[in-house]
Design a protein around this ligand. Structure first.
Ligand code: C5P
Length: 224
């Protein structure tokens, strides 16, 4: 079953959407399927890494040979990631909700004739930015994803700087591409050091394998 260049490395991967509760029966979600993040986790495990996959609610099977921690909300995802440290590699592939409902209702909201409720939102923690903060716990290689509908490369560069991560995998999720929920992805790999790479349109499993291979190369070339 192939060479294990990532043997002895711990890789932490986030995947899937988050669900942010409104009341006990309702939540705010997004269209992430988790396919890309799960594929990255599986590919890193194939290269010998010990993998912790922190996943929001998805309908996918757990990848073989991976420890899966299941969460619902962004805050639970951050807590699970923090608890999984230290890690050599962090890949943030989850589509984390930017906002949650500030005060989850303890009981189901009712149509009581007073009109629709107003949802007051609060900002969620940015897991990628948090884990990118320099310090002894920062993973050696931090990789974010950037889903954009336009100006993909320019926004990815800006995101690399803003988040403090090392690489960004940027993909075009404009509706015509069918990326969300689909089985294929066409991405650009933008690195802090190194030229950008544009990969052809590929199955998400192959994008996962190429990313895992690039990560293995990074460690093989002694960059830590
Ligand atoms: O800012 P934006 O959501 O476009 O950034 C996307 C990247 O940041 C992805 O890698 C995603 O997993 C990560 N992210 C995160 N926590 C958030 C928002 C985004 O880890 N609250």
């Amino acid at each position: 079953d192939g060479p294990k260049p990532l043997a002895g490395r711990h890789a932490l991967v986030t995947s899937g959407p988050t669900h942010e509760p409104i009341d006990p029966v309702r939540y705010i979600a997004n269209r992430s399927s988790g396919k890309q993040g799960h594929a990255v986790a599986a590919a890193l495990a194939d290269l010998g890494a010990r993998v912790t996959l922190v996943s929001g609610p998805v309908t996918l099977p757990d990848p073989a040979g991976v420890r899966v921690v299941k969460v619902e909300t962004a805050r639970q995802m951050l807590d699970a990631c923090a608890a999984a440290l230290p890690a050599d590699i962090f890949v943030a592939a989850a589509a984390v909700a930017d906002w949650r409902v500030a005060a989850e209702a303890g009981q189901k909201l009712k149509k009581d004739g007073s009109g629709p409720p107003t949802l007051v939102m609060a900002e969620n923690p940015d897991i990628l930015a948090s884990l990118s903060i320099p310090g002894p716990q920062r993973p050696g290689l931090v990789v974010g994803f950037a889903a954009e509908t336009n100006d993909v490369l320019a926004y990815a560069r800006a995101k690399l700087a803003r988040k403090g991560c090392d690489w960004i995998v940027a993909n075009d999720v404009s509706p015509a591409t069918g990326t969300f929920g689909g089985d294929r992805n066409s991405v650009h790999l933008i690195r802090l050091h190194g030229d950008p790479q544009s990969w052809p349109d590929l199955p998400k499993a192959e994008v996962g394998r190429r990313l895992a291979a690039a990560i293995a190369d990074h460690f093989a070339s002694g960059k830590s």
